[in-house]
Design a binder for this molecule. Structure first.
Ligand SMILES: *Cc1c(COP(=O)(O)O)cnc(C)c1O
Length: 381
């Protein structure tokens, strides 16, 4: 689907023309399982809500438009969306995947997808040469990349990876949850599919769990659409509406969140009790130059290592503005302890190799007044 207007305009009016019969400016929540047929052999275009529902369809159309995709498919969770793309592969075929994946995606690939006979090979996808070598395995059919990664914010060169993938006839899938179409559009760099946890920035208010797959070609749309209907892990109409509503303010939220994150990252980098800051918007971050090329924003996720791991419990218990909770992307700022909360299922050797240790804390920076966030951290550090 071609983008005819700017993303901000499409998002502000998400679903606003979705009900021509009444002209409702807010897309109605079609809370119905089934749809009556006008006559034998006729359909309104809707038969049963697993297959298609008008509220979900308004969401899917919006996502396809802003991503520059052929179509989009909304799922019950981000992991259901990730799972859907793994079903493009048959037993015996392999995936090359980012080594520091979101913990739940790692668990899915390692404990569910693998048991179907689809193995994944973990690679540092910020290293294009390492990916190119891994793709030489003729069984590899799919390259699954998260960028920036969680929690260390490593950046992959999506344009370069798309070339490598194309040369081997391998699908490139990008989990774009952290940057959203407002800050990075992987399909425009040659990716084949984009996946989202819509629970994060797309919905943006920590009030819904959902996911999406955006496809680049009718052939991929056919396959993902078939899978969505056949498995049925769809998002319900109410949750689809909440995401549509959230999308309207996505550009505004993200701009503010990115500004706040940059200020916090700069402040943390200068703090004597902080050893290291990971934020791809800081010029000394290894992914800075690549993200300046392939993205139009640097996101609002930031991680840092404190000097003294003994202080971590006091920090997590002491924050008053930040909430000590998992997840990310909402207007409320959250602080997370990846080692214990989000990455508990990752093998200890890999955690150590990546640097996810007992000193690492992750921030999802919200839309609050940044001085309040800084004061909160100053107090607990
Ligand atoms: C949260 C998240 C997921 C999983 O999404 P759910 O909606 O929680 O199932 C996948 N990828 C990334 C990058 C995430 O942050």
């Amino acid at each position: 689907m071609k983008r005819l207007q700017s993303i901000a305009t499409t998002l502000a009016q998400a679903g606003s023309r979705g009900d021509p019969r009444t002209g409702a400016v807010s897309m109605p929540i079609y809370q119905t399982a089934t749809f009556a047929h006008p006559a034998l052999g006729q359909s309104t275009g809707f038969d049963y809500s697993r297959t298609a529902n008008p509220t979900r369809q308004a969401l899917e159309t919006t996502l396809a438009q802003v991503e520059g995709g052929d179509a989009a498919f909304a799922f019950a969770s981000g992991l259901a969306a990730v799972d859907a793309v793994t079903h493009l592969l048959a037993a015996g075929e392999r995936m090359v995947v980012t080594e520091d994946l979101y913990g739940g995606t790692y668990r899915l690939f390692d404990q569910i997808t693998r048991r179907r006979g689809v193995e994944s090979i973990a690679v540092d996808t910020s290293d294009t040469d390492a990916v190119r070598r891994a793709l030489e395995d003729p069984q590899v059919r799919l390259l699954f990349v998260e960028s920036p990664t969680n929690p260390l914010l490593k950046v992959a060169d999506i344009a370069a990876l798309a070339e490598c993938a194309r040369a081997r006839d391998v699908w490139l899938v990008v989990d774009n949850t952290f940057l959203t179409p407002c800050s990075q559009r992987p399909l425009e760099w040659g990716a084949d599919l984009v996946v989202y946890s819509a629970s994060k920035y797309l919905a943006g208010h920590n009030d819904v769990v959902a996911g999406a797959v955006v496809t680049s070609t009718p052939a991929l749309s056919e396959r993902i659409g078939f899978f969505q209907n056949a498995i049925g892990a769809i998002v319900g109409p109410m949750d689809a509406w909440l995401i549509l509503r959230g999308l309207k303010t996505l550009p505004l939220r993200l701009e503010r969140q990115q500004q706040n994150a940059r200020r916090l990252a700069e402040w943390l980098a200068a703090h004597p009790r902080v050893d290291r800051v990971y934020y791809p918007g800081l010029p000394d971050h290894p992914g800075y130059a690549v993200l300046q090329k392939t993205g139009s924003g640097t996101g609002a996720m930031c991680a840092f290592a404190v000097q003294d791991p003994e202080r971590v419990p006091a920090i997590l218990e002491g924050v008053e503005t930040f909430l000590f909770a998992e997840s990310l992307g909402g207007v409320e700022s959250l602080i997370t302890y990846p080692l214990v909360q989000t990455h508990a299922d990752m093998a200890p050797a890999l955690l150590q190799k990546l640097g996810i240790d007992n000193r690492l804390l992750r921030l999802s920076v919200g839309t609050e007044e940044v001085d309040d966030l800084i004061a909160d951290l100053e107090r607990v550090l």
